[in-house]
Design a protein around this ligand. Structure first.
Ligand SMILES: [Zn+2]
Length: 266
């Protein structure tokens, strides 16, 4: 048994108004922006075939984010109203949360709502196995009305005392392309992945852009504030599965691995 923490601004990933699987229409939690900043939320996907399953199960891909881009470019039929055909580039430019949402819904539609996994308790004194069961429709999804090209906020304190503008941040939401770029160091060194991500998405910090070297020199508190802000504004499914070990009660919450999801042992 698993208790999933629900936050009020989140809606479960069950069928939504506007979604219609009969015609493959899904509503992105964020949306795709066109060059003029207009946000498109409806997408049309097609039924998965064995070929799609093969593409996802192919272990020759070095980078799971690239693999997902390739997969979604095959599955996504169109973004109605958007003056752009579906391509790997378009899918790479989609928000990470939107891509996750599509994977989640496709999994739910094709393989069912129920997920069963066996996890091992991390406590060294216990280490026993626990069965985890949950429904995809129980996973909360954070939705926004429309995605903005840029989001702005002020750090709790300016970076330089003599410049009140030095704490002003303007950033964009991370995309599949950002994930592709940081994927290789994400598992090895998550802090370095954050540094690379900040340099890509922070368009302005104070009066300038943010280089990778400058992102590395930022105070930890500043980096945490940027991460917190991102977490608050990012649309998409909440993938943290909250669970206690049924044997010893220790917290064994874990992030649900969407990328291993379609695989036989996922
Ligand atoms: Zn335990």
């Amino acid at each position: 048994m698993v208790a999933i923490a629900m936050e009020p601004q989140l809606t479960p990933a069950a069928a939504l108004p506007g979604e219609d699987w009969a015609v493959g229409r899904l509503e992105l939690p964020g949306g795709v922006l066109d060059s003029r900043g207009q946000c498109f939320k409806s997408v049309i996907v097609r039924q998965l075939t064995g070929r799609d399953e093969e593409l996802l199960a192919d272990r020759r891909y070095r980078n799971a984010a690239q693999q997902v881009s390739e997969f979604l470019a095959h599955v996504l039929v169109e973004v109605p109203g958007l003056n752009k055909p579906v391509s790997k580039e378009l899918v790479s430019e989609m928000l990470i949360g939107d891509r996750d949402y599509l994977l989640l819904r496709l999994r739910q539609i094709c393989l069912g709502d129920q997920v069963e996994q066996v996890m091992r308790c991390p406590a060294s004194a216990c280490g026993r196995k626990a069965d985890v069961e949950f429904l995809i429709s129980e996973l909360p999804v954070r939705r926004v009305k429309a995605v903005q090209p840029l989001y702005e906020f002020d750090l709790s304190e300016p970076l330089r005392k003599d410049d009140s503008k030095s704490g002003h941040v303007a950033l964009r939401l991370p995309t599949g392309l950002d994930l592709e770029a940081i994927m290789d160091c994400k598992d090895v060194n998550p802090a370095m992945a954050n540094t690379k991500l900040f340099a890509r998405i922070v368009k302005k910090l104070g009066r300038e852009g943010l280089s990778e070297a400058a992102a590395r020199e930022l105070p930890l508190r500043t980096r945490h504030e940027i991460t917190d802000f991102l977490r608050k504004i990012t649309p998409g499914p909440e993938l943290k599965i909250e669970i206690q070990c049924p044997h010893c009660g220790v917290d064994m919450s874990y992030p649900f691995d969407l990328y291993g999801f379609f695989l036989p042992n996922g």
